[in-house]
Design a protein around this ligand. Structure first.
Ligand code: PLP
Length: 456
């Protein structure tokens, strides 16, 4: 039966390319407004109909009525949460991935994707200091990367401890671990052992003290460390914890979703050298490695074990796995909590290959420099006060005398004036201001405008 779905149309294709080109050429990328400018109910009302609409009409609706209600996470003025600053060539290549309908599920279907993604992963393996043969896959984000890693860690822990009931195995984590770590343990039915820290940085001494104070330290089968906490950019004692974990048969997972990007920062190599101990490690190229959403690189020291626990098995999938171990070809689907996947690592691969490593190194260092510059300015203004030294590219500071409502009002006003998107955070119970740098085009003038907007 003849179908009526959209088929290729040159005019509409050119309209889409023109929209994309216009967007890519914007310099600087405008912040836009997010929910500050709500979408009117009338915009989408009754839009889904039997006959459909002309695509040009809906593209215009998107441009005029929807797009302005999205804050551009890739604007150099976006300094809230963790921003995203994809290179222009990674965005363009994402269009290639989209227009080719590229699938990245298995070797059988997508060898041409998998070899390129694996080249990028192998480069990360080397930078992290993991042994050759380590590897994994690109998954949708840090949350799924953490969940996948901790699933393997839990299963390895259970296998090592047949004397424990399956639900008894636990992971040691610090209260500053990302919320997705707690969520992953919740999903896995694994209880955390909370490690008390002195100043939000978990050390091996903290870990040993928590184990010594616990009535069942033998049930702790792994430990999660953070390379750059999201709120404050703090790097745990990776070397101490990692060496201890390896010596004591604990699964060592490092969450570097944000700060793992410092594998590209020459100035940070001493602080992160303990990454080499990781059994599993994640970094989000969609944060500080200049790739578009949604992309997390997930690495295992022993990928064979990881896929034994994670690969989906089904009669119709047997052909992907081969009969013999030595026949195994790499299926990205085998290394995470997923099956079908788009070739989401390719925009990052393309960006790394085309920009080159030196450009990546200087761009990551630029984020670190921006934080140092902001700290100097904060210290020079008497109405502001630093909460703590900058952590990687994150700066926490307070406006003396402000209430929570004043921080919120200031945040809204900065966005309304299209100066910046900055949101307050909580630090030790207090509402404070937070700047998260990583866009290499964020300027000193922007920082000046943000800080001076906090004067009386
Ligand atoms: C952002 C972040 C995550 C979650 O990553 P998503 O890609 O948002 O799922 C996990 N851990 C840390 C440290 C993060 O900064």
């Amino acid at each position: 039966m003849a179908h009526k779905l959209f088929t290729y149309d040159d005019k509409f294709t050119q309209a889409i390319f023109a929209y994309c080109a216009e967007r890519l050429a914007m310099n600087p990328i405008p912040l836009d407004y997010g929910s500050l400018h709500p979408v009117p109910d009338s915009a989408l009302k009754g839009l889904i109909t039997d006959q459909g609409h002309a695509p040009e009409e809906i593209l215009n609706l998107f441009r005029d009525q929807l797009a302005p209600s999205v804050v551009s996470i890739d604007s150099p003025g976006f300094l809230a949460f963790i921003p995203n600053a994809p290179t222009k060539n990674s965005l363009l290549f994402d269009m290639v991935v989209a227009c080719s309908g590229l699938n990245g599920t298995s070797w059988l279907e997508a060898e041409g994707v998998v070899v390129a993604e694996n080249q990028a992963l192998e480069f990360l393996v080397e930078r992290v200091g993991l042994p050759a043969g380590s590897g994994g896959a690109f998954v949708s984000g840090g949350s799924i990367g953490n969940l996948s890693s901790l699933t393997v860690g839990r299963d390895v822990g259970r296998a090592r401890h047949p004397e424990l009931k399956p639900w008894e195995v636990r992971f040691a984590i610090s209260a500053d671990a990302h919320s997705s770590i707690g969520k992953a343990l919740h999903v896995l039915g694994v209880n955390p052992l909370y490690v008390e820290t002195d100043d939000h940085r978990m050390t091996v001494e903290n870990l040993k003290a928590a184990l010594a104070a616990d009535p069942h330290p033998e049930s702790v089968v792994g430990v999660v460390a953070t390379c750059g906490t999201t709120n404050a950019g703090i790097i745990d004692d990776l070397e101490g914890i990692g060496a201890y974990a390896r010596a004591n048969n604990l699964w060592f997972h490092v969450d570097g979703a944000y700060g793992g990007a410092t594998i590209f920062a020459p100035s940070m190599q001493e602080e992160i050298k303990g990454l080499r101990h990781a059994d599993s490690f994640i970094v989000d190229p969609h944060k500080w490695l200049f790739a578009p959403l949604d992309c997390c690189a997930l690495l295992y020291r022993d990928p064979t074990t990881a896929r034994k626990f994670l690969a989906q098995q089904a009669g119709y999938l047997d052909i992907l796995h081969g009969d013999e171990e030595e026949d195994y070809k790499w299926n990205p689907s085998d290394f995470g909590i997923h099956l079908s996947r788009r070739a989401r690592g390719l925009p990052f691969w393309f960006s790394l290959v085309t920009n080159g490593v030196a450009a990546y190194e200087s761009a990551v260092e630029a984020g670190l420099d921006l934080a140092k510059m902001a700290v100097k300015k904060i210290n020079s203004l008497d109405f502001l006060e630093l909460v703590r030294p900058e952590g990687l590219s994150i700066v926490l500071f307070r406006r003396k005398g402000w209430t929570d409502a004043q921080y919120n009002q200031w945040s809204r006003q900065l966005l309304e004036n299209q100066i910046a998107f900055v949101t307050p955070t909580k630090w030790e119970g207090e509402t404070v201001a937070r700047l998260a740098f990583l866009h290499p085009d964020t300027s000193e003038e922007m920082v000046d405008a943000i800080l001076s907007s906090m004067a009386d």
